[in-house]
Design a protein around this ligand. Sequence first.
Ligand code: NAP
Ligand code: MG
Length: 503
Amino acid sequence: MTASTETRTADPRLLPRVREFVSRDRQMLIGGEWTDAASGKTFTTYDPATAAPITDVAQGEATDVDRAVRAARQAFDEGPWARMKPNERERLIWRVGDILSERADEFGQLEALDNGKSAGIAAAVDTQWSADIFRYNAGLCTKITGSTVNVSMPFVPGGEFHAYTLRDPLGVCGLIVPWNFPLLMATFKLAPALAAGNTVVLKPAEQTPLTALLLGEVFEEAGFPPGVVNIVTGFGDAGAALSAHPDVDKIAFTGSTEVGKKIVAAAQGNLKKVSLELGGKSPNIVFADADFDQAVAGSVAAWMFNHGQCCVAGTRLFVERPIFDDFTAAVAEAASKAKIGPGLDPTTELGPLISQEQFDKVSGYLAQGLADGARALTGGKRWGNEGYFVEPTVFVDVDPSFSIVSEEIFGPVVAAMPFDGDDVVAAANDSIYGLAAGIWTKDLSKAHKTARAVKAGSVWVNQYNGFDTAMPFGGYKQSGWGRELGSSAIDLYTETKAVNIAL
Ligand code: NAP
Ligand code: MG
């Protein structure tokens, strides 16, 4: 145990329930029991604003994953969950949403502490939106239906048939999530998986295990039967064990494209279903006729929100040539004014990166960009001398061959490029990714034409990050497989059974 009680509870801003939560080592949730790792190992989770330890967490490994999968299998096959009516599942899942709403400040602070993001945003966006997603999916429980099919059956002349489809849950779903939106990414998967009647094993990121464990308490408080939701904290080896496990029916993953490919390989053993939400290098396209101030504000948020640690971040900023210099200067000025600090400070606009590893990675891209000949209108280096802060950085004079233009940086860094007219579509689509795109123009025809032409799963016009619970979300190309959110997320967690009865 490395963290002293003093370190864990020192911050006077902490709510009593958060202070209490981090004052003890945290165990994993398996089969309704809070438990240590079989090995007894633990790992420390850190506050990225100070690099100080927060608390220690059980380090689950393959044996713990196996225990959790067995518990989930038993709960699926034999537990009360399998026999519950849709409206009973609905009430439980709705209750999770309501408890999250009631405890949003607590979740917000804990997320801020573990991840570095603003506590206010973590409460209002990450947590309240998670609450909404649970309630939306609670409503879907009673609306998962098949259809009757009017079959022709030409090879059975004179026959009469009654044919229909059923939607079945898949069984045990492994959910592997990253650290950038720890609670929200878990919710994107948990809510539809549970609504469809599956049981789950959740593996949070090693950097941010705490809100997942607090959410485990919420499932208990809501009255979920044991084994329906299991949470195994640990490192990538735990995620690898889950994706290779022969008794897991599906893996839903959000994270890097590199690990996404490993999951596809690991899933081959039993051909489990896989859905993936991976990286991006999203284009944000500003036409000269756009509302200038609105487009500046939106384009800054596009790459700076969550300190640039967003899979959808609009980090390739395409600006039509006549306004390029003025626009990029305004973006740089707005970015340079962002208040940098820890997430627990309510005035903070830009928090720290998640870890030393991520800090080194982003710093490496900053140095490489400058070495390649890019010019930083603002930023370009570390901020302060503790924690993992970097200055928001706006690069111009860039070429598509630079790594800062083609690779996902996952920090507050944007590369701006001028364009002339229709050229922009080919440039915007010149990426291995296809997650999101922004378009800024007052010309309706231009907006619609560009929205049709960009290869991206989400297109936002005259706004950025235009997410909604009811809108499907996912990527083209190497940004992923499948669509989360919306009612079609249920498709990721169900099988279709076609029943044909000769009458
Ligand atoms: P990552 O390695 O892809 O981690 C995502 C999740 O997968 C974590 O829970 C991780 O566990 C787990 N994992 C790691 N190796 C695994 C394996 N072989 N099999 C199964 N699961 C495994 O992402 P990261 O290392 O945290 O970040 C690296 C880069 O990924 C970032 O710089 C960024 O470019 C990108 N990223 C993208 C998103 C997104 O939303 N698309 C989110 C986060 C990061 P551990 O945490 O224990 O490693
Ligand atoms: Mg990792």
